[in-house]
Design a protein around this ligand. Structure first.
Ligand code: CIR
Length: 256
């Protein structure tokens, strides 16, 4: 597995914020946390390809939003925040050796954080970042590989994957206050602990899960179900409304 990441931008303090108030981000601490995150990726079997920091792109550490990488193709997004649209260029260059690239074009917008793959279904959150044209272009790009796209309503958080992520091949971690689990069929649902609303974002890497250590109650629920977690500290990334899925794009080198 290859994990594409990008180092923390020195301009991260000017990040986009939608649901959280702006508070000071300790950039050095953010860098240390990001390094710990990259080590966790390595410990779970990834080679990490770290792109250099982008001084003019505050949110560029959150590479997840710039591409949807499937075994057959990579869809380069057009992020819904104008300040983030220039982030895609370097990520596309990094992906080019590994995948055919397809681009979301204006007026479409799509953030990778809104796209949850469950088998051959791409669940796309209806958010302020991903519009109808973006979703239609995604569906057109992946249809020939047998994927279907399903739009999922949610509320209360930035991206669909703030509310629900995969924690194994047959289990999802979900916050029922933010997304109705009715769209899920044939998978176990693990609900976040009520006192940890932000705990639904977990990063599945192979059979391991990278997970913010501070969500102790939800972490216990995962461990009780036999889902092993590798804990990381994400306090500074969280101040920028980021979490663990946002900071990498994980792909099998050879596609199919
Ligand atoms: C933003 O608002 O775009 C960034 N500050 C946070 C993006 C986090 N990305 C993600 O959840 N996929």
């Amino acid at each position: 597995m290859l994990a594409i990441t990008r180092e923390i931008s020195p301009a991260m303090a000017a990040c986009e914020l939608t649901y959280l108030p702006r508070v000071e981000i300790d950039i050095e601490r953010a860098r240390a946390q990001h390094l710990e995150y990259c080590r966790a990726l390595q410990s779970l079997g990834c080679e990490v390809l770290a792109l250099p920091p982008e001084p003019d792109l505050p949110d560029s550490v959150f590479v997840e939003d710039t591409a949807i990488v499937l075994d057959e193709v990579a869809v380069i997004t057009r992020p819904g925040a104008a300040s983030r649209q220039a982030e895609t260029w370097a990520v596309a260059q990094a992906l080019r050796p590994y995948r055919e690239l397809v681009y979301i074009e204006a007026p479409g917008t799509l953030d990778g954080g809104d796209v949850l793959r469950i088998g051959k279904t791409l669940c796309v959150g209806s958010s302020g970042r991903s519009n109808r044209s973006g979703v239609t272009q995604l569906a057109d790009a992946v249809m020939r590989f047998g994927y279907r796209v399903q739009t999922i309503p949610f509320h209360g958080c930035l991206h669909l994957k703030s509310a629900v992520t995969a924690v194994s091949s047959d289990a999802l971690l979900l916050n029922p206050q933010w997304v109705d689990p009715g769209f899920v069929h044939g998978m176990e649902i693990v609900e976040v602990a009520r006192d940890e609303p932000f705990a639904a974002n977990a990063l599945l890497v192979g059979t391991g899960v990278i997970y913010p250590s501070r969500f102790e109650h939800t972490r216990e629920r995962l461990e009780r179900r036999g889902i092993a977690t590798t804990g990381v500290d994400t306090s500074e990334l969280e101040k920028a409304e980021g979490a663990v899925t946002c900071c990498s794009l994980i792909l099998r080198r050879n596609g199919n």
